[in-house]
Design a protein around this ligand. Structure first.
Ligand code: GTR
Length: 410
């Protein structure tokens, strides 16, 4: 009996500590401010009047949050192919590793495509956090060459080969007829604050408060990779889904907003600064993200530290910039830091824009139950488990891509 009581106390303590919020952070739904979201459709009567409003929203989010990225002349990019193509996944796929050289950066691509087709295939384009070699254990994958976080001496090593492979369902991606294009985000901009001296910022600098942070630099890098994919015969560049997890999910959303060539946009657990509404102040806040990662957004965004109420936009308007292209927002039940409800409400807040543009939007009146995905023109799910990318997530993305990217030229 005594043991049983102790066990209960222990379990209650564990449950409380595992959901306890860090100091200054709230995980309490009752404490979220009453939501008064700006209307993405302000002044819009029909589909025809949306583009002007879209331009206005884009300019506001660019200037106040992510920062402006420079123009790019595609002709200035060089491509080298020092690593020969190889058979991959026991003959089911081909691995190619061209390197792109632009804006002073060497960007190593890893492209895995189905071996059994000569037709250009649709693709998922997604950054990885610590090098292409972490995505799969195959020794043919080049080690990342630059600064890598959370490694000895900030150098890539064989020890990390395949370390993040559970996050990459390459086998399924290939079986379903898609290619995977992945790149280490640090090849474009290393993820630490060096006052805008490394990565692509070294070439373009940071002249003012509205100038691009690292997330905008990464997003811009995704567009440069898409520039390359337009000339890559194995890939159908009109059917590229841009996908990202967490900080890289914030990145995929901004890439999808900035570059309408991306045919489908996926945000996996992107949270604050991504799909989650800032004005809810649930989980990570604007102040917290700007303090922990001062290099991610432009300096103007710091004006909203602890002042989310004066933000002239919220993240539903970022999501609306993807409309009418298919958009997927995914949350995880235990990922309170990323505010799953705020992610759902932002997707729901983008729905009127999708509808005025004649699409189905997000066909869910209230937040779907855990592990019950909803796939409209906007897709949403909250899965069980923690902040991560799992095969459950990929299963949904593949079904969603099948629904929206199956036909050529979509
Ligand atoms: C956290 C950060 C989140 C999210 C995450 C990640 O530390 O607070 O906004 O981006 O990192 O990228 O893994």
């Amino acid at each position: 009996m005594k043991h049983h009581l102790l066990a209960c106390i222990f379990m209650v303590t564990m449950a409380t500590t595992s959901t306890a919020a860090p100091s200054g952070i709230s995980y309490n739904e009752d404490k979220t401010p009453k939501l008064d979201l700006p209307d993405p459709l302000k002044g819009v009567q029909d589909a025809k009047s949306w583009p002007a409003r879209r331009t206005e929203i884009f300019a506001m989010i660019e200037d106040q949050m992510f920062g402006k990225a420079p123009e790019f002349d595609k002709k200035s990019m060089k491509v080298t192919r020092k690593i020969p193509d190889r058979i991959f996944l026991s003959g089911k796929a081909v691995l190619s590793q061209p390197a792109l050289h632009f804006a002073g950066c060497n960007v190593q691509l890893m492209i895995v495509r189905p071996a059994d087709t000569r037709e250009p295939v649709p693709a998922f384009l997604a950054y990885n956090f610590r090098g292409n070699h972490t995505v799969h254990q195959d020794p043919a994958i080049a080690l990342a060459s630059g600064w890598v976080p959370r490694t000895k001496g900030n150098k890539a090593s064989e020890d990390h080969r395949g370390q993040s492979s559970p996050r990459w369902d390459i086998q399924k991606i290939i079986e379903k007829g898609y290619a995977l294009v992945t790149v280490y985000c640090g090849d474009v901009d290393p993820d630490f604050h060096d006052h805008f001296k490394n990565g692509v910022h070294a070439k373009y600098g940071k002249p003012d408060a509205g100038q691009w942070g690292t997330i905008a630099a990464w997003s811009w890098g995704l567009s440069r990779i898409l520039d390359y994919l337009e000339d890559e015969p194995a890939i159908d560049a009109k059917r590229v889904a841009v996908m990202g997890h967490s900080r890289l999910g914030k990145t995929s959303l901004w890439a999808g907003a900035s570059d309408t060539r991306f045919a489908l946009v996926i945000s996996n657990n992107s949270g604050c600064g991504g799909a989650a509404l800032s004005k809810r102040r649930f989980g990570e806040t604007v102040h917290r993200i700007n303090s922990s990662f001062p290099h991610w957004f432009c300096d103007n965004f710091k004006k909203y530290n602890n002042k989310e109420d004066i933000l002239p936009f919220d993240q539903h308007m970022l999501l609306a910039l993807v409309a009418p292209r298919p958009l997927y927002v995914a949350s995880a039940e235990k990922d309170q830091w990323a505010d799953p409800r705020g992610e759902f409400l932002a997707a729901k807040g983008a729905d009127p824009v999708y509808r005025i543009l004649g699409t189905e939007g997000l066909p869910a009146d209230s937040m779907p139950a855990v592990n019950k995905p909803v796939h409209g023109r906007i897709g949403y799910h909250i899965r069980s488990g923690k902040h991560d990318v799992t095969s459950y997530d990929w299963k949904q993305y593949l079904a969603f891509a099948d629904k929206h990217l199956k036909k050529k030229g979509q």
